[in-house]
Design a binder for this molecule. Structure first.
Ligand code: SIN
Ligand code: FE2
Length: 203
């Protein structure tokens, strides 16, 4: 385990290859029920480069009119999100070790040219709970800073099977994904990267 910044822990290769393959199958089953869609920024309606879906009782969504929020249903199908898989609950117990279970798992799919700008995860009521992030597929360059947008940042490569926990003083740290490195993993047949973030929303 490595400390990236105060409260931000990196567990390289927390998930072995067989378990990664199993997780991908689990996520494909979620996506079959709750298809990936293109989220857009509040206000501008500008599309993000990642595609998203969720599982759990709540899902994180964004759109032009109503902005960032959690809701119980998929914005396109309007159906409840698929249940949180047990495999993800087990990873939460081990790496988040928080007394309440996660309610949302945001599933981000990055094509090899996708990225995510620097942001804070701050749409949750419960900011005591950590955010647990799982990387699958191609390696990315993950950037993490401080509590202010202008703070100094540092970057680390996250590989398939890595887990990052943002908790404590790092819970509201700015973070983002600058780039994906094509061809760095054989896990996803079509390339790209999947990131799963588990969140506790309600206190
Ligand atoms: C996120 O901040 O939602 C995603 C982070 C990542 O893709 O590693
Ligand atoms: Fe985030």
């Amino acid at each position: 385990m490595l400390t990236l910044a105060k409260g931000i822990l990196h567990h390289p290769q927390a998930i072995n290859r067989a378990a990664q393959e199993h997780l991908v199958a689990v996520i494909r089953a979620v996506v079959a029920e709750a298809p990936l869609y293109v989220p857009v920024m509040p206000g501008t309606g500008r599309p993000m480069s990642v595609r998203m879906t969720n599982c759990g009782t709540l899902g994180w969504v964004t759109d032009k009119a109503r902005g960032y929020r959690y809701q119980e249903t998929h914005p396109v199908t309007e159906k409840p999100w698929p249940a949180m898989p047990n495999e993800l609950l087990a990873l939460w117990e081990r790496y988040a070790a928080y007394d309440k279970p996660p309610e949302a798992c945001l599933i981000n799919f990055y094509a090899d040219d996708a990225k995510m700008g620097l942001h804070q995860d701050r749409d949750e009521q419960d900011l005591q709970a950590p955010v647990l992030s799982i990387s699958l597929g191609n390696t990315c360059l993950f950037r993490v800073g401080g509590l202010e947008r202008g703070d100094k940042t540092s970057s680390v490569k996250l590989s398939s099977g890595d887990i990052v926990v943002l908790g404590g003083e790092g819970r509201l740290a700015f973070h983002g994904v600058d780039r994906i490195y094509p061809g760095t993993s054989t896990l996803l047949k079509q390339g790209g990267r999947i990131n799963l973030t588990l969140r506790r929303v309600n206190r």
